[in-house]
Design a protein around this ligand. Sequence first.
Ligand code: UT7
Length: 338
Amino acid sequence: MSKSPKTRSTKPNRTVSIIGTGSYVPERILTNAELEKMVETSDEWITSRTGIRERRIAAEGEHTSHMAAKAAQNAMEQAGVTAEEIDLIIIGTITPDTFTPATACHVQRILGAKNAACFDISAACSGFLYAVEIAQQFIANHTYNTVLVIGADKLSSIIDWQDRNTCVLFGDGAGAAVLRYRARSHGVITTFMASDGNYGDILHVPGGGCAMPTTPENAGQKLNTLKMNGRETFKQAVLSMGAAATAALAQAGLTADDLTCIIPHQANMRIIESLADRLKIPIEKFHVNLDRYGNTSAAAVAIALDEANREGRFKVGDYILLVVFGGGLTYASSVIQW
Ligand code: UT7
């Protein structure tokens, strides 16, 4: 299927700004050297093929909601927003604490955000940007004023730790942003989303859902762990992120030269380099932290956004581009004037 998705014709009719960002990663560091003792791999292979040196792994009893709530608290603190002011909590995750209640409801309880409506969305690594778009729609349409958007995943809970094709790539973490209407202010210029269900099986968790419930007979087959066709995922990642970035820039009426910083999904340094080549943007403009955290799924772009924000990589008025892809396939891109 070609990657020339439709662009949305409308720009938001009400300015929606990110007024605070936050992130959280667990304390425990899992290095490439430790992985060498777990599967047949090497630090040299992992570093040269992916750029990843270490990742964070959640502690025993530390769930997606705990990480999400910590990231949210950081974002709310920066935004100067209290829990009671939050109208809506949306979490992008594929590793919910429980099938039901939604992880967003668990986070609501932890934060004491008693006035919020809460739900999760499932868009794999694209979950945070999908949630930003949903939040923007609610705010632009005057339904809500203050929305807490979180990308959080505990990928370590769905990894087959004997599969070297996947276990070296992923880590745990959470990132959050508070979005709010601000009159005559800079904000989210456009968000572009797309999906291609034809490629669903290149990156998927086949079991554990109603199509293939876990039973005593299939329990040993690890069907509830992540399976990936690495080469095809790599190819689709470059194509889809390139298409999403181009579409978002076109919608915003901007070119790559207008951008101060690009925050890409943090899956593989070679994917980011290929994207930079494709978009003809110097690699120095990309914010990269995958060497320290690996691929944290929905959290990745949100953690990177928070890090870049706190490092002062962009200032008020600068244009930044966020671009992601993930299982589904799903992909998305957002242009924000900070
Ligand atoms: O959020 C989206 C998540 N996923 C991704 O973004 C992944 C996208 N894909 C990739 O990043 C890359 O395809 C990988 C890093 C997964 C693999 O890199 P590659 O250059 O595409 O390697 P490959 O799949 O072509 O495999 C090369 C060799 C294979 O051995 P043979 O068949 O050539 O003998 C693999 O079995 O490397 C082997 N291999 C490993 N060797 C050492 C695969 N994983 C490992 C490993 N350590 N961890």
